[in-house]
Design a protein around this ligand. Sequence first.
Ligand code: GLN
Length: 393
Amino acid sequence: MKPLARRTDGLEQSSIRAITLMLRDMDGINLGQGICDMPTPDPIKQGAHAAIDADKSIYSYYGGIQPLREGILEKARSFNRIPAQSLDNVMVTVGSTGAFVATLFTLLNEGDEVIVFEPFYGYHVNLLRVMGAGIRTITMQGPDWNVDFKAVENAITDRTRAIIVNTPGNPNGKVWSRQELMTLLDLLKKHDLYAITDEIYEYMLYGGREHVSLASLPGAMERTITISGFSKTYNMTGWRLGYAVGPEHILDKMGLLADLIYICAPTPLQHGVAEAFSMPESYFTEMAQAYAEKRDVLCRTLEEIGFNVPWPQGSYYVLADFAPLQNRLSGFSDDEEAQLTLVQKAGIGTVAGRSFFTHPEDGATRLRFCFAKEMDVLEEACRRLRSAFGSTG
Ligand code: GLN
């Protein structure tokens, strides 16, 4: 038979999902995939029930139902400080991944280059590969994950189209400062590039960090697609509802593409999530506070065991380095073995470090842990880790 399309070559199950499948049949705790399995807020659930009961069952406009777009527009203006003017600057998508795919289809021709910061979210890079884009990675070094802007400028070529910024970042929790974003914006303007920002963890910030949206800076919105979604903030990763904010002429095309790919996001669920905008301010502060406590619990445990832990500035992941354990413990020769060792000896799922790097050896002594869990589950996971791997102190 004829071979499949070349774009499928090299595609394999992501390590992020594989661990979920591995743990499914055992009494394991999944600190791998960022599934966020805490309850979805009641008003959102009730809104969806009511929409289903009221037979709001038909396609929506491809850009989403009006009340939801109004809510997103208002949030983009007040929380993100993005100077979006009208509903034409906003579209609802199937997950933030849906927004990302529509953005890539809209901005990139095959062979165009995109700059990505490493460690990266593998879905960004794999989708770029599927699109046939050239990928230039700029490595950030922990624990601060500072950006080498000279390296960024050196990576720009005639073929460069866009730069991807993920803040707060997955998997390292880097939060881009206003100063860094301003420096990046200078480069975007100088070289006439687009920015694609993934801001899905925007409410999870620690140690007094602020979330700055690139598109809020003067002159940035016209070249920036800002992507976010409801999954993480409202514990509803399976509902698949995200959105994009950007210039009308770009969103027009993104909408047409999203229409071709999936027509629209599920209508009754859009009605449900429109209720998200009625959540009081305290919802967000309490969530951030709860995540800060979970970050402390997990990071302290990992440090006690002997991991080298760059504490995340935001998001709900820790990319920890187990190199210091290698002398003391067996089963940690590389990231994939360590991932298996944690499953077998402690029943804990993590993601192998190589998922976040172009060259697997760069992630060879790292594992990503997710702390988006109920506190009692996270504490139980920490107990299991301590009893399986002891502590150095
Ligand atoms: N964003 C989440 C993570 O990084 C889940 C993504 C996924 O399942 N692909 O774990």
